[in-house]
Design a protein around this ligand. Sequence first.
Ligand code: SF4
Length: 353
Amino acid sequence: MNKQEQIYKELPGLLSPWFLENARELPWREDREPYHVWISEIMLQQTRVEAVRGYYLRFLRELPDIQALAEAEEERLLKLWEGLGYYNRAKNLQKAAKLLISEYNGVFPSEYSEILKLPGIGEYTAGAIASTCFDEPVAAVDGNVLRVISRLTESYDDILKPAVKKSVKQKLEEVYPKTDCGVFTQALMELGATVCLPAGKPKCELCPVKSLCLAKKHGTQMELPVKTRKKDRMAEERTVFVLQCNGRIALRKREKKGLLAGMWELPNLQGKQDAAQALKTAELWECGPERLCKEVTRSHIFSHIRWDMVCFYIECKAMPDAFQWIEEPEIDASISIPTAFRQFLAIHAGKAD
Ligand code: SF4
């Protein structure tokens, strides 16, 4: 048995007991109900644990089970998701819930291969649910787990390569415990999230597996893991309009396809206009612009693109049908608007600078 195989083999025996002693108390860890684990795992993609906590509790209060999720009005669902971003995740949750009702009798499938068939569920989430809720020995490998394994085995393989992820998953599954599989899955995640931290800040002295760790032994923790640099995000300039008339604000729905598909938005267009051009545009839209109140610039980062935006706040005297003119309190209470646009409304309402 080589050194790496030895590390994998000894990992569960050291890590699982440490987790049982040191696990953070998180609301989705209170039981092993698949609906709870599923919702939390989807929310936790791209979002920090602390930020998810409140969203998760509110979501479960409003939509406590698969049936409620399947039947929820899309607008209500998106409102519950507002601020978490990546709205397709919420839409896929509902698609999957509907499928669970129609094809699975409303019962969550208990096997990894079946869970993987549900919309919006990839290998990581399927592994997390199958091992945590159904004790199936399948690994859930994400960036956290890859970082831990790279350092433990002092591997300089590029963790963004699918082949590397596949190999780590396979090697972990060879050593998965026969029972309490979910404990090992969560222990690996917890180590990555609380001890073997990214950006060169691992807390090696507190680490329950430091005796195995080759990176610690050779002082190479800061060099690992290896990730090829992602291509720079494409930047796009946009002009956004907060058109106000009699306490109402102009909104419209986005196209059903593409970025933020089907979501509400403030009127906007590609390219950066100056104040005179923006007033002209409002004129062309037949809004009867009367006064330019404010001009604000902001950026918003999506996964593959960055919007550099200039926003014009314009008082108007007409409300053309091209837009929906909605009262501000109603927007706040029941309309879900992506953060890219919501930030301009928050400035308008004095809730942000
Ligand atoms: Fe990570 Fe340090 Fe633990 Fe190695 S010893 S796994 S580098 S925290």
